[in-house]
Ligand binder design. Sequence first.
Ligand code: ADP
Ligand code: MG
Ligand code: ZN
Length: 490
Amino acid sequence: MEIEPVIGLEIHAELNTKSKMFCACPVVDATTAEPNTAVCPVCAAMPGALPVVNKEAVAKGAKVALALGCTINRVSIFARKNYFYPDLPKGYQISQYELPLAEHGAITIRTAAGERRIRVRRVHLEEDTGKLTHVRTESGEEYSLVDLNRAGVPLLEIVSEPDMRSVEEAKAYAMAIRQIVRYLGVNSGDMEKGVIRFEANVSVRWKGSDALNTRTEIKNLNSFRALEQAVTQEIARQSELLRRGEPVIQQTMGWDDARGVTVPQRSKEEAHDYRYFPEPDLPPLEVSSEWVEELRAELPELPYARFRRFQEQYGLTAYAAEVLTAERAVADYYEAAVEAAAPAVPAQTVANWVTGELFGLMNQAGVGIAAVKVSPQALADLLRRIAAGEINNNTGKSVLAEMFASGKSAAEIIAEKGLKQVSDEAAIQGWVEEVLAAHPKELETYLKGKEGVANFLFGQVMRLARGQANPKVVRQVLMRNLQERRKHLD
Ligand code: ADP
Ligand code: MG
Ligand code: ZN
């Protein structure tokens, strides 16, 4: 019998607010800022310091929740999640437990197996912990450094229902969530900086059963690769137990990224000892429905909707629509270029140039769309010149490379390098005659009936013209010349 995995994800996404969740300290880059420079009595947990909710964090969190199709609770409650760890100076984390910010959403994900809806159980606000750095000196001395810059940074936890049935789906869901928070501009999506982290809940069952069997939870997944590897391994481990008829023990595991293995951390008994209780220093969080509607009105077109619209409106393939909507800035770039290039240049042609040439240049240079010096209008201008026959397609590619490198306009480069395509028939007639005179043997073969030789001769004319001749005119003039010579034979 076949085994089916059941996966639910808890995704933590930091919110890129100006200040922290409950104090006025700035949110700084955890990987570059000098340690412990963005800390105050509130986030350092001095006795008597009182938290105040950051409205911008609530707004950004609510926007994510709305984008995930959730209902925002008019009242939600902050709670203390008690546990001891050196990166948590208060001895508890302020989170939301019984009444979260939002509930009951769903998003559409795509895998090779097709599209599926994955339900979002809840979205709640909490605060991030500090960061520990474990040091081991050459003499073998060991100690840990505590950086509280991250302590108190707003953190959004997005909890799915156990709706994913494969590693591919888990990865697609995680990527879709990252794409959405980036579209909303509330999180950079920069995985190396730890601004998005995953926890995976995994169980297995015989296919056809709808039982929710005992699960394990894997923490500390900081990349898509880690998510993929950890879940794959855990499915394999549990499948083996299921086949042997042995029980899965409910437990929390940690992912050891360096070794690429999961390690058991603690059994669920201890893990559940958080003793949540309502945060006495914060009143219930109330959001009015007017404010929620204001936030909803500010939502941009979301990735999935844009992906569908690109296919319908521009006639793009699913693949092109996917890569062009992967990032909001790329999609904006593409649409601006389409608009500027119309009506002379079809949207599909623009898509080919962006996904082919432009992405190629970006990959080579290792830069994202924000660093591209060619504006969408400048690209459109280039494509219009190609459509008008001013330069041919191949010359256009080298002009784009030059525009990309220097930021110059197509017009400047074409003028500077004398790249203008020659459509003048007299000039082309001269080149054709030269080529025919230089290749008497090939000409003879053609005249005897080998039509294919015309392509060789065409190539020779283009070469002589250093690629600058208008290929359409070259073909016309060449064929006219060849036909005339055939007539002479008759
Ligand atoms: P807890 O509060 O103990 O973390 P929850 O019931 O809230 O547990 O679930 C946490 C996550 O685990 C959710 O993403 C949920 O979808 C997932 N989950 C729950 N039961 C299972 C199961 N049997 N198999 C896989 N995932 C599960
Ligand atoms: Mg959990
Ligand atoms: Zn602070």
